[in-house]
Design a protein around this ligand. Structure first.
Ligand code: SF4
Length: 413
Protein backbone atom coordinates (compact mmCIF):
# COMPACT_ATOMS: atom_id res chain seq x y z
CA UNK A 1 0.00 0.00 0.00
CA UNK A 2 1.43 3.38 -0.90
CA UNK A 3 1.98 5.72 2.05
CA UNK A 4 -0.33 8.65 2.54
CA UNK A 5 1.44 11.73 1.25
CA UNK A 6 0.95 15.08 2.94
CA UNK A 7 -0.32 17.74 0.55
CA UNK A 8 2.35 20.27 -0.34
CA UNK A 9 2.00 23.94 0.52
CA UNK A 10 0.18 23.10 3.73
CA UNK A 11 1.45 22.24 7.17
CA UNK A 12 0.17 18.75 7.75
CA UNK A 13 -0.50 19.13 11.44
CA UNK A 14 -1.70 22.13 13.31
CA UNK A 15 0.44 21.52 16.40
CA UNK A 16 3.08 23.95 15.08
CA UNK A 17 1.27 27.13 14.08
CA UNK A 18 2.75 29.32 11.34
CA UNK A 19 4.86 32.13 12.71
CA UNK A 20 3.74 35.67 11.99
CA UNK A 21 7.14 36.66 10.65
CA UNK A 22 8.10 35.32 7.24
CA UNK A 23 11.17 36.69 5.49
CA UNK A 24 11.17 35.81 1.78
CA UNK A 25 14.19 35.44 -0.58
CA UNK A 26 12.67 38.20 -2.72
CA UNK A 27 12.85 40.72 0.16
CA UNK A 28 16.39 41.56 -0.96
CA UNK A 29 18.07 41.73 -4.38
CA UNK A 30 19.91 38.52 -5.30
CA UNK A 31 23.55 38.39 -4.18
CA UNK A 32 25.85 39.95 -6.79
CA UNK A 33 22.89 41.62 -8.58
CA UNK A 34 24.05 44.28 -11.05
CA UNK A 35 20.72 46.09 -11.39
CA UNK A 36 17.71 46.64 -9.22
CA UNK A 37 15.60 44.61 -11.67
CA UNK A 38 17.79 41.51 -11.20
CA UNK A 39 15.80 38.35 -10.52
CA UNK A 40 16.83 34.89 -9.40
CA UNK A 41 16.34 32.61 -12.38
CA UNK A 42 17.68 29.47 -14.02
CA UNK A 43 19.75 29.78 -17.20
CA UNK A 44 21.07 26.51 -18.58
CA UNK A 45 22.83 27.93 -21.67
CA UNK A 46 26.59 28.32 -21.20
CA UNK A 47 28.11 31.69 -22.11
CA UNK A 48 31.21 30.05 -23.58
CA UNK A 49 31.29 27.28 -26.12
CA UNK A 50 35.03 26.50 -25.83
CA UNK A 51 36.17 23.10 -24.56
CA UNK A 52 39.30 22.32 -22.59
CA UNK A 53 42.02 20.50 -24.57
CA UNK A 54 41.54 16.71 -24.50
CA UNK A 55 43.50 15.02 -21.72
CA UNK A 56 44.41 11.43 -20.93
CA UNK A 57 41.96 11.16 -18.04
CA UNK A 58 39.02 12.15 -20.28
CA UNK A 59 39.55 8.80 -22.04
CA UNK A 60 38.92 5.18 -21.17
CA UNK A 61 42.02 2.95 -20.96
CA UNK A 62 41.29 1.54 -24.41
CA UNK A 63 40.96 5.03 -25.87
CA UNK A 64 44.22 6.07 -24.12
CA UNK A 65 46.08 3.21 -25.81
CA UNK A 66 44.55 4.10 -29.16
CA UNK A 67 45.44 7.80 -28.81
CA UNK A 68 49.04 6.88 -27.97
CA UNK A 69 49.30 4.55 -30.96
CA UNK A 70 48.12 7.38 -33.18
CA UNK A 71 51.01 9.43 -31.78
CA UNK A 72 53.41 6.61 -32.62
CA UNK A 73 53.85 5.66 -28.94
CA UNK A 74 53.35 2.05 -27.79
CA UNK A 75 50.00 1.38 -26.07
CA UNK A 76 51.63 -0.05 -22.90
CA UNK A 77 52.67 3.49 -21.98
CA UNK A 78 48.99 4.22 -21.24
CA UNK A 79 49.16 1.99 -18.18
CA UNK A 80 52.43 3.54 -17.05
CA UNK A 81 51.19 7.13 -17.48
CA UNK A 82 47.87 6.33 -15.79
CA UNK A 83 49.71 4.89 -12.78
CA UNK A 84 51.83 8.01 -12.58
CA UNK A 85 48.64 10.06 -12.57
CA UNK A 86 46.41 8.08 -10.20
CA UNK A 87 49.03 6.59 -7.85
CA UNK A 88 51.85 9.16 -7.77
CA UNK A 89 49.61 12.18 -8.57
CA UNK A 90 52.07 13.22 -11.28
CA UNK A 91 50.73 14.64 -14.55
CA UNK A 92 53.85 16.19 -16.07
CA UNK A 93 55.79 13.73 -18.29
CA UNK A 94 58.86 15.95 -17.94
CA UNK A 95 59.01 14.82 -14.30
CA UNK A 96 58.47 11.10 -14.97
CA UNK A 97 61.81 9.27 -14.79
CA UNK A 98 60.34 6.07 -16.30
CA UNK A 99 59.33 7.85 -19.53
CA UNK A 100 62.04 8.16 -22.24
CA UNK A 101 63.33 11.69 -22.66
CA UNK A 102 62.26 11.99 -26.33
CA UNK A 103 58.63 11.14 -25.54
CA UNK A 104 58.15 13.65 -22.75
CA UNK A 105 57.55 16.80 -24.80
CA UNK A 106 55.08 15.21 -27.28
CA UNK A 107 53.20 13.57 -24.37
CA UNK A 108 52.97 16.89 -22.55
CA UNK A 109 51.62 18.56 -25.65
CA UNK A 110 49.24 15.96 -27.03
CA UNK A 111 48.26 13.69 -24.15
CA UNK A 112 48.78 15.36 -20.78
CA UNK A 113 48.41 19.11 -21.41
CA UNK A 114 48.43 21.40 -18.39
CA UNK A 115 44.75 22.26 -17.79
CA UNK A 116 44.81 23.94 -14.42
CA UNK A 117 47.11 26.69 -13.23
CA UNK A 118 47.49 27.65 -9.60
CA UNK A 119 46.45 31.26 -8.86
CA UNK A 120 46.46 31.50 -5.09
CA UNK A 121 45.91 29.55 -1.87
CA UNK A 122 44.21 30.82 1.26
CA UNK A 123 44.65 29.15 4.61
CA UNK A 124 41.87 28.96 7.18
CA UNK A 125 41.19 27.12 10.43
CA UNK A 126 44.84 27.23 11.47
CA UNK A 127 46.00 25.60 8.23
CA UNK A 128 43.55 22.68 8.46
CA UNK A 129 41.63 24.23 5.53
CA UNK A 130 43.19 25.28 2.23
CA UNK A 131 41.22 27.09 -0.47
CA UNK A 132 42.87 26.83 -3.86
CA UNK A 133 41.97 29.13 -6.72
CA UNK A 134 42.68 27.70 -10.18
CA UNK A 135 42.79 29.32 -13.60
CA UNK A 136 41.69 27.19 -16.57
CA UNK A 137 42.88 27.25 -20.20
CA UNK A 138 40.45 30.04 -21.15
CA UNK A 139 41.03 32.15 -18.04
CA UNK A 140 37.89 30.85 -16.24
CA UNK A 141 38.51 30.49 -12.51
CA UNK A 142 37.30 27.85 -10.10
CA UNK A 143 37.93 27.10 -6.45
CA UNK A 144 38.46 23.87 -4.56
CA UNK A 145 38.65 23.56 -0.79
CA UNK A 146 40.65 20.97 1.12
CA UNK A 147 39.61 20.33 4.72
CA UNK A 148 41.33 18.15 7.28
CA UNK A 149 39.27 16.54 10.04
CA UNK A 150 40.45 14.16 12.74
CA UNK A 151 39.41 11.06 10.77
CA UNK A 152 39.18 12.18 7.18
CA UNK A 153 40.46 14.71 4.67
CA UNK A 154 37.79 16.06 2.36
CA UNK A 155 38.09 17.94 -0.91
CA UNK A 156 35.20 20.09 -2.12
CA UNK A 157 35.38 20.48 -5.91
CA UNK A 158 33.81 22.65 -8.61
CA UNK A 159 32.05 21.00 -11.54
CA UNK A 160 31.24 24.07 -13.64
CA UNK A 161 32.67 27.56 -14.18
CA UNK A 162 29.84 29.77 -12.96
CA UNK A 163 26.44 28.18 -12.43
CA UNK A 164 23.08 28.38 -14.17
CA UNK A 165 20.89 27.56 -11.18
CA UNK A 166 20.46 31.20 -10.13
CA UNK A 167 20.02 30.71 -6.37
CA UNK A 168 19.47 34.22 -4.96
CA UNK A 169 21.85 33.78 -2.00
CA UNK A 170 24.76 32.90 -4.28
CA UNK A 171 26.84 35.37 -6.30
CA UNK A 172 27.98 32.51 -8.55
CA UNK A 173 24.35 31.96 -9.49
CA UNK A 174 23.98 35.57 -10.62
CA UNK A 175 27.06 35.24 -12.85
CA UNK A 176 25.27 32.51 -14.77
CA UNK A 177 26.91 29.47 -16.33
CA UNK A 178 30.22 30.23 -18.04
CA UNK A 179 30.79 26.64 -19.13
CA UNK A 180 30.88 23.04 -18.04
CA UNK A 181 34.25 21.76 -16.87
CA UNK A 182 35.71 18.74 -18.63
CA UNK A 183 36.19 15.53 -16.64
CA UNK A 184 39.94 16.14 -16.67
CA UNK A 185 39.55 19.69 -15.33
CA UNK A 186 37.58 18.27 -12.40
CA UNK A 187 39.95 15.33 -11.84
CA UNK A 188 42.90 17.73 -11.87
CA UNK A 189 41.44 19.46 -8.79
CA UNK A 190 41.46 16.04 -7.10
CA UNK A 191 44.96 15.06 -8.23
CA UNK A 192 46.42 18.36 -7.07
CA UNK A 193 44.70 18.02 -3.70
CA UNK A 194 45.92 14.44 -3.29
CA UNK A 195 49.43 15.70 -4.01
CA UNK A 196 49.04 18.56 -1.52
CA UNK A 197 47.97 16.02 1.13
CA UNK A 198 50.93 13.78 0.39
CA UNK A 199 53.32 16.75 0.47
CA UNK A 200 52.05 17.77 3.90
CA UNK A 201 50.59 21.13 2.86
CA UNK A 202 47.80 20.85 5.45
CA UNK A 203 48.45 21.49 9.12
CA UNK A 204 49.18 18.21 10.88
CA UNK A 205 51.61 16.92 8.26
CA UNK A 206 51.33 14.48 5.38
CA UNK A 207 48.02 12.70 5.00
CA UNK A 208 45.82 10.99 2.41
CA UNK A 209 42.82 12.41 0.62
CA UNK A 210 39.86 10.26 1.68
CA UNK A 211 36.66 12.12 0.69
CA UNK A 212 35.45 14.16 -2.26
CA UNK A 213 32.29 16.26 -2.27
CA UNK A 214 30.80 18.01 -5.30
CA UNK A 215 29.74 21.09 -3.38
CA UNK A 216 31.84 23.82 -4.93
CA UNK A 217 30.91 26.00 -7.86
CA UNK A 218 28.28 24.56 -10.19
CA UNK A 219 25.52 21.95 -10.22
CA UNK A 220 27.21 18.59 -10.93
CA UNK A 221 24.08 16.91 -12.31
CA UNK A 222 23.85 19.66 -14.95
CA UNK A 223 27.25 18.45 -16.24
CA UNK A 224 26.37 14.78 -16.23
CA UNK A 225 28.65 13.60 -19.07
CA UNK A 226 31.74 14.83 -17.22
CA UNK A 227 30.39 13.73 -13.82
CA UNK A 228 30.08 10.15 -15.05
CA UNK A 229 33.74 10.03 -16.12
CA UNK A 230 34.88 11.80 -12.96
CA UNK A 231 33.14 9.24 -10.74
CA UNK A 232 34.87 6.48 -12.64
CA UNK A 233 38.21 8.25 -12.17
CA UNK A 234 37.57 8.74 -8.45
CA UNK A 235 36.35 5.27 -7.61
CA UNK A 236 38.04 2.75 -9.89
CA UNK A 237 41.35 1.27 -8.76
CA UNK A 238 44.63 2.42 -10.36
CA UNK A 239 45.49 2.53 -13.23
CA UNK A 240 41.88 3.51 -14.06
CA UNK A 241 41.22 5.76 -11.09
CA UNK A 242 42.27 7.00 -7.66
CA UNK A 243 40.56 4.08 -5.89
CA UNK A 244 38.54 6.17 -3.41
CA UNK A 245 35.68 4.45 -1.64
CA UNK A 246 32.36 5.30 -3.37
CA UNK A 247 30.88 5.83 0.10
CA UNK A 248 33.32 8.70 0.58
CA UNK A 249 32.15 10.52 -2.53
CA UNK A 250 29.17 12.88 -2.23
CA UNK A 251 27.27 14.37 -5.15
CA UNK A 252 25.24 17.37 -4.10
CA UNK A 253 22.31 18.74 -6.08
CA UNK A 254 19.75 21.50 -5.77
CA UNK A 255 17.21 19.15 -7.33
CA UNK A 256 17.70 18.06 -10.94
CA UNK A 257 15.33 15.11 -10.80
CA UNK A 258 16.30 13.47 -14.14
CA UNK A 259 19.97 13.75 -13.08
CA UNK A 260 19.26 11.96 -9.77
CA UNK A 261 17.67 9.12 -11.74
CA UNK A 262 20.65 8.90 -14.11
CA UNK A 263 23.05 8.93 -11.15
CA UNK A 264 21.16 6.04 -9.52
CA UNK A 265 21.36 4.11 -12.79
CA UNK A 266 25.19 4.39 -12.87
CA UNK A 267 25.29 1.95 -9.98
CA UNK A 268 28.05 3.66 -7.97
CA UNK A 269 26.95 3.75 -4.32
CA UNK A 270 27.98 7.39 -3.86
CA UNK A 271 26.19 9.57 -1.32
CA UNK A 272 23.50 11.87 -2.70
CA UNK A 273 23.10 15.18 -0.88
CA UNK A 274 19.99 17.19 -1.66
CA UNK A 275 20.27 20.91 -0.85
CA UNK A 276 16.63 21.24 0.13
CA UNK A 277 16.57 24.29 2.43
CA UNK A 278 12.74 24.40 2.38
CA UNK A 279 10.05 21.70 2.58
CA UNK A 280 7.30 23.75 0.89
CA UNK A 281 7.12 24.95 -2.71
CA UNK A 282 5.87 28.35 -1.65
CA UNK A 283 9.28 29.13 -0.15
CA UNK A 284 11.47 26.81 -2.23
CA UNK A 285 10.32 28.29 -5.55
CA UNK A 286 11.98 31.67 -4.88
CA UNK A 287 14.81 30.18 -2.77
CA UNK A 288 16.00 27.54 -5.28
CA UNK A 289 14.67 28.61 -8.70
CA UNK A 290 14.99 25.12 -10.26
CA UNK A 291 12.18 24.15 -7.88
CA UNK A 292 9.73 25.74 -10.29
CA UNK A 293 10.61 22.87 -12.64
CA UNK A 294 10.85 19.98 -10.16
CA UNK A 295 8.80 20.48 -7.01
CA UNK A 296 9.66 19.33 -3.50
CA UNK A 297 7.45 16.23 -3.72
CA UNK A 298 8.98 15.08 -7.00
CA UNK A 299 12.49 15.76 -5.69
CA UNK A 300 11.95 13.76 -2.50
CA UNK A 301 10.40 10.91 -4.52
CA UNK A 302 13.57 10.80 -6.67
CA UNK A 303 15.77 10.97 -3.55
CA UNK A 304 13.88 8.08 -1.99
CA UNK A 305 14.20 6.09 -5.23
CA UNK A 306 17.95 6.76 -5.10
CA UNK A 307 18.07 5.21 -1.63
CA UNK A 308 16.11 2.16 -2.81
CA UNK A 309 18.38 1.61 -5.83
CA UNK A 310 21.76 2.21 -4.15
CA UNK A 311 21.12 1.40 -0.48
CA UNK A 312 22.76 4.73 0.39
CA UNK A 313 20.98 6.94 2.88
CA UNK A 314 20.33 10.37 1.36
CA UNK A 315 21.59 13.54 3.07
CA UNK A 316 19.09 16.38 3.21
CA UNK A 317 20.97 19.66 3.60
CA UNK A 318 19.07 22.45 5.29
CA UNK A 319 20.73 25.82 5.97
CA UNK A 320 18.81 27.46 8.80
CA UNK A 321 17.99 31.06 7.84
CA UNK A 322 16.40 33.35 10.39
CA UNK A 323 12.63 33.78 9.98
CA UNK A 324 12.80 32.40 6.45
CA UNK A 325 12.88 28.61 6.76
CA UNK A 326 13.53 27.91 10.45
CA UNK A 327 9.94 27.70 11.72
CA UNK A 328 8.87 24.69 13.79
CA UNK A 329 5.98 24.04 11.39
CA UNK A 330 8.51 23.70 8.56
CA UNK A 331 10.53 21.19 10.62
CA UNK A 332 7.29 19.24 11.11
CA UNK A 333 6.40 19.47 7.43
CA UNK A 334 9.89 18.27 6.49
CA UNK A 335 9.59 15.34 8.91
CA UNK A 336 6.14 14.47 7.55
CA UNK A 337 7.36 14.62 3.96
CA UNK A 338 10.27 12.28 4.77
CA UNK A 339 8.24 9.89 6.93
CA UNK A 340 5.52 9.67 4.28
CA UNK A 341 8.14 8.04 2.05
CA UNK A 342 9.41 5.52 4.61
CA UNK A 343 11.73 5.51 7.60
CA UNK A 344 15.49 5.61 7.89
CA UNK A 345 16.18 6.51 4.26
CA UNK A 346 17.23 10.10 4.81
CA UNK A 347 19.39 12.00 7.27
CA UNK A 348 18.86 15.72 7.81
CA UNK A 349 21.82 18.07 8.25
CA UNK A 350 20.68 21.48 9.49
CA UNK A 351 23.49 23.96 8.80
CA UNK A 352 23.71 26.93 11.13
CA UNK A 353 24.80 30.05 9.26
CA UNK A 354 27.01 32.75 10.69
CA UNK A 355 25.26 35.99 11.68
CA UNK A 356 25.25 38.60 8.88
CA UNK A 357 23.74 41.82 10.21
CA UNK A 358 21.59 43.65 7.68
CA UNK A 359 21.17 40.68 5.33
CA UNK A 360 18.19 38.37 5.01
CA UNK A 361 20.71 35.49 4.75
CA UNK A 362 21.51 35.35 8.42
CA UNK A 363 21.70 32.95 11.31
CA UNK A 364 18.67 31.54 13.10
CA UNK A 365 18.60 32.18 16.80
CA UNK A 366 20.02 29.42 18.95
CA UNK A 367 16.53 28.75 20.31
CA UNK A 368 15.06 28.42 16.79
CA UNK A 369 17.85 26.03 15.78
CA UNK A 370 17.29 23.89 18.83
CA UNK A 371 13.55 23.76 18.33
CA UNK A 372 13.92 22.89 14.65
CA UNK A 373 16.17 19.97 15.48
CA UNK A 374 14.00 18.83 18.35
CA UNK A 375 10.86 18.74 16.15
CA UNK A 376 12.72 16.64 13.56
CA UNK A 377 14.13 14.25 16.14
CA UNK A 378 10.78 14.05 17.89
CA UNK A 379 9.30 12.86 14.60
CA UNK A 380 11.94 10.11 14.36
CA UNK A 381 14.17 11.80 11.77
CA UNK A 382 17.88 11.25 12.23
CA UNK A 383 19.40 14.72 12.37
CA UNK A 384 22.91 16.09 12.88
CA UNK A 385 23.67 19.79 13.16
CA UNK A 386 26.67 20.48 10.95
CA UNK A 387 29.79 21.81 12.59
CA UNK A 388 30.57 24.48 10.01
CA UNK A 389 34.03 25.33 11.38
CA UNK A 390 33.94 28.90 10.06
CA UNK A 391 34.96 28.38 6.48
CA UNK A 392 33.70 24.81 6.23
CA UNK A 393 31.48 24.24 3.27
CA UNK A 394 31.05 20.52 3.71
CA UNK A 395 27.31 20.45 3.97
CA UNK A 396 25.29 22.57 1.57
CA UNK A 397 25.62 23.09 -2.12
CA UNK A 398 28.30 25.00 -0.38
CA UNK A 399 27.58 28.42 -1.63
CA UNK A 400 25.10 29.45 1.02
CA UNK A 401 27.35 28.47 3.89
CA UNK A 402 30.46 29.96 2.30
CA UNK A 403 28.75 33.14 1.25
CA UNK A 404 27.71 33.91 4.75
CA UNK A 405 31.07 32.88 6.16
CA UNK A 406 32.75 35.26 3.69
CA UNK A 407 30.42 38.11 4.64
CA UNK A 408 31.42 37.55 8.22
CA UNK A 409 35.10 37.53 7.33
CA UNK A 410 34.58 40.92 5.64
CA UNK A 411 32.94 42.41 8.71
CA UNK A 412 35.91 41.23 10.78
CA UNK A 413 38.52 42.76 8.42
S1 SF4 B 1 24.06 27.73 -4.67
FE1 SF4 B 1 25.04 26.12 -5.92
S2 SF4 B 1 23.43 25.52 -7.37
FE2 SF4 B 1 22.79 27.49 -6.50
S3 SF4 B 1 23.59 29.03 -7.94
FE3 SF4 B 1 25.15 28.77 -6.35
S4 SF4 B 1 26.58 27.24 -7.17
FE4 SF4 B 1 24.68 27.11 -8.35
Amino acid sequence: MSPQRPALHQPVRSRHARSARQVMPTDQLPEGARSKDARARVSMRPKRRGKAPAHMVDLTMEARKQALKEMGIPGFRADQLSRQYFTHFEANPELMSDIPQQLRAPLREGFLPQLVEHVTTQKADGGYTLKHLWSLFDGARVESVLMRYPKRTTLCISSQAGCGMGCPFCATGQMGLTRNLSAAEILEQVRLAAKACERGDLAGGATRLTNVVFMGMGEPLANFGALKNVLKGLIEEPPNGFGLSARNVTVSTVGLVPGIKKLAALGYPVTLAVSLHAPDDELRDPLIPINSRWKVGELLDAAREYFVKTGRRVSIEYALIRDMNDHPWRAQLLADQLNARGHGWAHVNPIPLNPTPGSIWTASTRAAQEEFVSVLRGAGISTTIRDTRGSDIDGACGQLATKVAKEEEKTHD
